[in-house]
Ligand binder design. Structure first.
Ligand SMILES: Cc1cc2nc3c(=O)[nH]c(=O)nc-3n(C[C@H](O)[C@H](O)[C@H](O)COP(=O)(O)OP(=O)(O)OC[C@H]3O[C@@H](n4cnc5c(N)ncnc54)[C@H](O)[C@@H]3O)c2cc1C
Length: 308
């Protein structure tokens, strides 16, 4: 038990902070962007392993997170997490998804829009990120942790008046804070439209024009998306937004005429493999790509285990 500084206040930093506080550590979160300003706040977000590696670890972390989300959804109505069924459409029905064993009710379906061969229907979890991040902040503060805005130029030094350990959850910032050239942005743009009574999510990762998904939330619907490797801009493009809406309409015709409420862009912190390892007094936990929400609790538990 000791004093731990967590760098980063996205879904990874806050989840780690919660588990570390539960383990009895004193925890201070330092972050340049506060939770609602992070990439995490832009995420759609559904539980869905996407663009993160290595597959065996991603599967284990995702499975653990699925269970924790189910329990949070059942016990905390204010968490912004809801179990919701939906369908991932596919071009050809062949193998089951590689993450199939992590969900309890995956089944094949032929109830898909024209142009698709079929799909996989299952209960996922919709995580309404602005609400969920607020809830996580509440958990950190209630347990005695602190969250402070600070733009760091290096990871804090440990010992001699500093913390006993540092947990590096800086997402794309790890490129600089951890001097890790293998971290790169995968830009994602989304459009927020009004809720039109939709109660299922849809995902199409086989569209050659780009990943397409529709995730209904309590007050709006997230319509995505893009995944551009190496693109740093966080400015939404009107042309890209129109293309996203066109593709989404094919997937979910009920969206026709829905009012556009806003546009967002986020930079997924990608890496050939998630880095979760302890090096001296520092635990690195970054590089979660397109599935940081999906893996958050599995990774946070492992970080807490590494600090004992
Ligand atoms: C459009 C889009 C849709 C997505 N959909 C999903 C989805 O459906 N499901 C899913 O699981 N994932 C999804 N993702 C991916 C998910 O958003 C990320 O994997 C996740 O947010 C990464 O979380 P993080 O906490 O590591 O990083 P971030 O949320 O980026 O947080 C990093 C933190 O580190 C801080 N930091 C960085 N550098 C410094 C510094 N120098 N000093 C101080 N602080 C610093 C930042 O300020 C921030 O607080 C989506 C992403 C996008 C863009």
């Amino acid at each position: 038990m000791g004093r731990v500084t967590v760098v980063g206040a996205g879904v990874i930093g806050l989840s780690c902070a919660v588990r570390l506080l539960e383990a009895g550590h004193r925890v201070d979160v330092l972050a340049r962007d506060l939770p609602r300003e992070t990439t995490s706040a832009v995420a759609a977000a559904i539980w869905y392993p996407y663009r993160a590696w290595p597959a065996d670890k991603v599967l284990a972390w995702s499975r653990e997170t699925y269970e924790v989300f189910a329990s949070i959804a059942a016990n905390h109505a204010d968490s912004g997490i809801r179990l919701q069924a939906g369908t991932e459409v596919v071009a050809r029905r062949d193998e089951r998804p590689w993450w199939a064993e992590a969900v309890p009710d995956l089944r094949e379906t032929l109830e898909v829009p024209a142009g698709y061969d079929g799909g996989w229907t299952f209960t996922s979890q919709v995580v309404e990120m602005p609400l969920y991040l607020d809830w996580l902040v509440g958990q950190v503060l209630e347990a005695g942790g602190s969250i402070t805005r600070l733009n760091l130029h290096g990871l804090p030094a440990t010992g001699r008046g500093g913390p006993d350990a540092v947990v590096d959850c800086s997402g794309i910032g790890a490129k600089f804070l951890a001097a890790d050239p293998s971290v790169y942005p995968v830009q994602g743009q989304i459009v927020l439209v009004e809720q039109v009574g939709l109660d299922r999510w849809w995902v199409d990762n086989v569209n050659p024009e780009g990943p397409t998904y529709v995730v209904p939330r309590s007050r709006d619907i997230v319509v995505g998306g893009t995944d551009l490797d190496g693109e740093w801009s966080r400015t939404p493009s009107p042309e890209v937004a129109s293309a996203i809406l066109r593709r989404a309409l094919r997937l979910v015709p009920e969206l026709a005429g829905a009012e556009v409420l806003g546009h967002r862009v986020g930079l997924r912190p990608a890496r050939p493999e998630v880095r979760l390892e302890r090096v001296g007094d520092v635990v690195h936990c970054y590089g979660h790509g397109g599935a940081g929400v999906t893996m958050s609790w599995g990774c946070a538990r492992e970080v807490a285990d590494l600090l004992g």
